[in-house]
Design a protein around this ligand. Structure first.
Ligand code: AR6
Length: 170
Protein backbone atom coordinates (compact mmCIF):
# COMPACT_ATOMS: atom_id res chain seq x y z
CA UNK A 1 0.00 0.00 0.00
CA UNK A 2 1.47 3.36 -1.00
CA UNK A 3 1.03 6.19 1.46
CA UNK A 4 -0.31 9.34 -0.23
CA UNK A 5 0.04 12.63 1.62
CA UNK A 6 -0.66 16.28 1.13
CA UNK A 7 2.09 18.38 2.68
CA UNK A 8 1.90 22.13 2.83
CA UNK A 9 5.29 23.83 2.58
CA UNK A 10 8.60 24.07 0.76
CA UNK A 11 9.46 21.03 -1.39
CA UNK A 12 13.20 21.68 -1.03
CA UNK A 13 13.03 20.69 2.65
CA UNK A 14 11.50 17.26 2.07
CA UNK A 15 13.49 14.15 2.93
CA UNK A 16 12.41 11.94 0.03
CA UNK A 17 14.25 9.98 -2.65
CA UNK A 18 13.11 12.33 -5.44
CA UNK A 19 11.51 15.73 -5.70
CA UNK A 20 9.92 16.96 -8.90
CA UNK A 21 10.73 20.42 -10.24
CA UNK A 22 8.35 22.60 -12.27
CA UNK A 23 10.96 23.71 -14.78
CA UNK A 24 10.92 25.29 -18.25
CA UNK A 25 12.21 23.85 -21.53
CA UNK A 26 15.70 25.33 -21.04
CA UNK A 27 16.10 23.54 -17.66
CA UNK A 28 18.36 26.41 -16.70
CA UNK A 29 16.37 27.66 -13.72
CA UNK A 30 13.78 30.37 -13.18
CA UNK A 31 11.46 31.61 -10.44
CA UNK A 32 8.91 29.84 -8.23
CA UNK A 33 9.68 26.30 -7.18
CA UNK A 34 12.41 26.05 -9.84
CA UNK A 35 14.28 29.00 -8.31
CA UNK A 36 13.90 27.57 -4.81
CA UNK A 37 15.26 24.17 -5.91
CA UNK A 38 18.27 25.70 -7.68
CA UNK A 39 19.08 27.89 -4.66
CA UNK A 40 18.84 24.98 -2.24
CA UNK A 41 20.73 22.48 -4.42
CA UNK A 42 23.65 24.82 -5.21
CA UNK A 43 25.55 25.68 -8.38
CA UNK A 44 26.32 22.08 -9.26
CA UNK A 45 22.66 21.60 -10.14
CA UNK A 46 22.86 24.29 -12.81
CA UNK A 47 25.98 22.67 -14.27
CA UNK A 48 24.20 19.30 -14.39
CA UNK A 49 21.16 20.89 -16.04
CA UNK A 50 23.35 22.55 -18.67
CA UNK A 51 24.47 19.09 -19.77
CA UNK A 52 20.88 17.88 -20.33
CA UNK A 53 20.26 20.03 -23.41
CA UNK A 54 16.75 21.15 -22.42
CA UNK A 55 13.55 19.15 -22.21
CA UNK A 56 10.29 19.00 -24.14
CA UNK A 57 7.07 20.25 -22.60
CA UNK A 58 5.19 17.31 -21.09
CA UNK A 59 8.33 15.37 -20.25
CA UNK A 60 11.03 15.29 -17.55
CA UNK A 61 14.77 14.73 -17.07
CA UNK A 62 16.84 13.73 -14.06
CA UNK A 63 19.73 15.18 -12.08
CA UNK A 64 21.11 14.41 -8.65
CA UNK A 65 19.83 16.58 -5.79
CA UNK A 66 23.32 17.78 -4.79
CA UNK A 67 22.86 19.83 -1.58
CA UNK A 68 19.16 18.97 -1.28
CA UNK A 69 17.98 16.33 1.18
CA UNK A 70 16.45 14.55 -1.86
CA UNK A 71 18.77 12.23 -3.80
CA UNK A 72 17.23 13.06 -7.20
CA UNK A 73 15.46 15.91 -8.92
CA UNK A 74 13.05 15.08 -11.75
CA UNK A 75 12.83 18.28 -13.80
CA UNK A 76 9.38 18.27 -15.40
CA UNK A 77 8.28 20.86 -17.93
CA UNK A 78 4.60 21.69 -17.61
CA UNK A 79 2.56 23.51 -20.26
CA UNK A 80 1.77 27.22 -20.19
CA UNK A 81 -2.03 27.54 -19.85
CA UNK A 82 -3.43 28.93 -23.06
CA UNK A 83 -7.18 28.43 -22.70
CA UNK A 84 -7.11 24.63 -22.48
CA UNK A 85 -7.44 23.90 -26.20
CA UNK A 86 -3.75 23.58 -26.98
CA UNK A 87 -3.11 20.13 -25.52
CA UNK A 88 -2.44 21.49 -22.04
CA UNK A 89 -4.14 18.58 -20.24
CA UNK A 90 -2.20 15.94 -22.18
CA UNK A 91 1.09 17.74 -21.63
CA UNK A 92 0.50 18.08 -17.90
CA UNK A 93 -0.44 14.40 -17.73
CA UNK A 94 2.80 13.64 -19.59
CA UNK A 95 4.83 15.32 -16.83
CA UNK A 96 3.33 13.20 -14.04
CA UNK A 97 3.42 10.08 -16.17
CA UNK A 98 7.10 10.51 -17.09
CA UNK A 99 7.99 11.16 -13.45
CA UNK A 100 6.26 7.92 -12.45
CA UNK A 101 8.31 6.08 -15.11
CA UNK A 102 11.49 7.71 -13.81
CA UNK A 103 10.55 6.67 -10.28
CA UNK A 104 10.54 3.07 -11.48
CA UNK A 105 13.80 3.45 -13.44
CA UNK A 106 15.62 5.00 -10.47
CA UNK A 107 14.00 2.67 -7.94
CA UNK A 108 12.64 5.58 -5.99
CA UNK A 109 10.58 4.68 -2.91
CA UNK A 110 9.40 8.19 -2.03
CA UNK A 111 8.61 11.14 -4.28
CA UNK A 112 7.22 14.66 -3.83
CA UNK A 113 5.39 16.58 -6.56
CA UNK A 114 4.69 20.31 -6.64
CA UNK A 115 1.54 21.62 -8.36
CA UNK A 116 3.21 21.79 -11.79
CA UNK A 117 2.10 24.64 -14.11
CA UNK A 118 -0.23 26.25 -11.55
CA UNK A 119 2.04 29.19 -10.74
CA UNK A 120 3.36 31.53 -13.44
CA UNK A 121 2.10 29.10 -16.11
CA UNK A 122 -1.49 29.73 -14.84
CA UNK A 123 -2.95 26.24 -15.33
CA UNK A 124 -6.22 26.20 -13.31
CA UNK A 125 -5.45 24.63 -9.95
CA UNK A 126 -8.42 22.30 -9.60
CA UNK A 127 -8.07 20.94 -13.13
CA UNK A 128 -4.31 20.46 -12.65
CA UNK A 129 -4.77 18.67 -9.32
CA UNK A 130 -7.29 16.27 -10.85
CA UNK A 131 -4.81 15.37 -13.61
CA UNK A 132 -2.00 14.96 -11.07
CA UNK A 133 -3.96 12.67 -8.76
CA UNK A 134 -5.48 10.58 -11.56
CA UNK A 135 -2.20 10.08 -13.43
CA UNK A 136 -0.22 9.15 -10.34
CA UNK A 137 -3.00 6.86 -9.12
CA UNK A 138 -3.16 5.03 -12.45
CA UNK A 139 0.54 4.18 -12.26
CA UNK A 140 0.85 3.41 -8.57
CA UNK A 141 0.32 -0.29 -8.86
CA UNK A 142 3.15 -0.68 -11.36
CA UNK A 143 5.51 1.33 -9.14
CA UNK A 144 7.72 0.53 -6.16
CA UNK A 145 6.66 3.70 -4.42
CA UNK A 146 5.97 3.53 -0.72
CA UNK A 147 5.24 7.22 -0.28
CA UNK A 148 3.88 9.92 -2.60
CA UNK A 149 3.66 13.53 -1.40
CA UNK A 150 1.71 16.27 -3.12
CA UNK A 151 3.58 19.30 -1.83
CA UNK A 152 1.41 22.41 -1.86
CA UNK A 153 2.81 25.85 -1.25
CA UNK A 154 -0.49 27.55 -0.47
CA UNK A 155 -3.49 26.60 1.62
CA UNK A 156 -5.99 26.63 -1.24
CA UNK A 157 -3.99 24.13 -3.31
CA UNK A 158 -3.57 21.92 -0.23
CA UNK A 159 -7.34 21.95 0.30
CA UNK A 160 -7.99 21.01 -3.34
CA UNK A 161 -5.67 18.00 -3.10
CA UNK A 162 -7.02 16.92 0.28
CA UNK A 163 -10.56 16.92 -1.05
CA UNK A 164 -9.59 15.07 -4.26
CA UNK A 165 -7.68 12.38 -2.43
CA UNK A 166 -10.57 11.82 -0.04
CA UNK A 167 -12.90 11.27 -3.00
CA UNK A 168 -10.38 9.06 -4.82
CA UNK A 169 -10.07 6.74 -1.79
CA UNK A 170 -6.39 6.05 -2.45
N1 AR6 B 1 7.83 24.35 -2.76
C1 AR6 B 1 6.68 23.81 -3.25
N2 AR6 B 1 5.87 24.46 -4.11
C2 AR6 B 1 6.27 25.71 -4.49
C3 AR6 B 1 7.46 26.33 -4.04
C4 AR6 B 1 8.26 25.58 -3.13
N3 AR6 B 1 9.41 26.07 -2.64
N4 AR6 B 1 7.57 27.57 -4.60
C5 AR6 B 1 6.47 27.72 -5.38
N5 AR6 B 1 5.68 26.62 -5.30
P1 AR6 B 1 5.71 27.77 -10.40
P2 AR6 B 1 4.96 26.75 -13.07
C6 AR6 B 1 4.40 26.32 -5.98
O1 AR6 B 1 5.42 29.18 -10.82
O2 AR6 B 1 3.61 27.38 -12.98
C7 AR6 B 1 9.62 28.99 -13.24
O3 AR6 B 1 10.17 30.24 -13.50
C8 AR6 B 1 3.60 27.47 -6.52
O4 AR6 B 1 2.86 28.11 -5.47
O5 AR6 B 1 6.92 27.51 -9.60
O6 AR6 B 1 5.05 25.33 -13.53
C9 AR6 B 1 10.15 27.93 -14.19
O7 AR6 B 1 11.49 28.14 -14.54
C10 AR6 B 1 2.68 26.76 -7.49
O8 AR6 B 1 1.60 26.15 -6.80
O9 AR6 B 1 5.80 26.80 -11.69
C11 AR6 B 1 9.25 28.04 -15.38
O10 AR6 B 1 9.69 29.04 -16.26
C12 AR6 B 1 3.59 25.63 -8.05
O11 AR6 B 1 4.69 25.56 -7.13
C13 AR6 B 1 7.93 28.42 -14.77
O12 AR6 B 1 8.23 29.06 -13.53
C14 AR6 B 1 4.11 25.87 -9.46
O13 AR6 B 1 4.43 27.25 -9.62
C15 AR6 B 1 7.08 27.22 -14.48
O14 AR6 B 1 5.83 27.65 -14.04
Amino acid sequence: MTQIEVVRGDITKLQVDAIVNAANTSLLGGGGVDGAIHRAAGMELLRACERLGGCLTGSAKVTPGFELPAEWVFHAVGPVWNGGTHGEDTKLEGCYSRCMELAREYDVKSIAFPAISTGVYHFPRQRAARIAVTTVNNQLEASNLERVIFCCFDEMTAEIYTRLLRNHRI
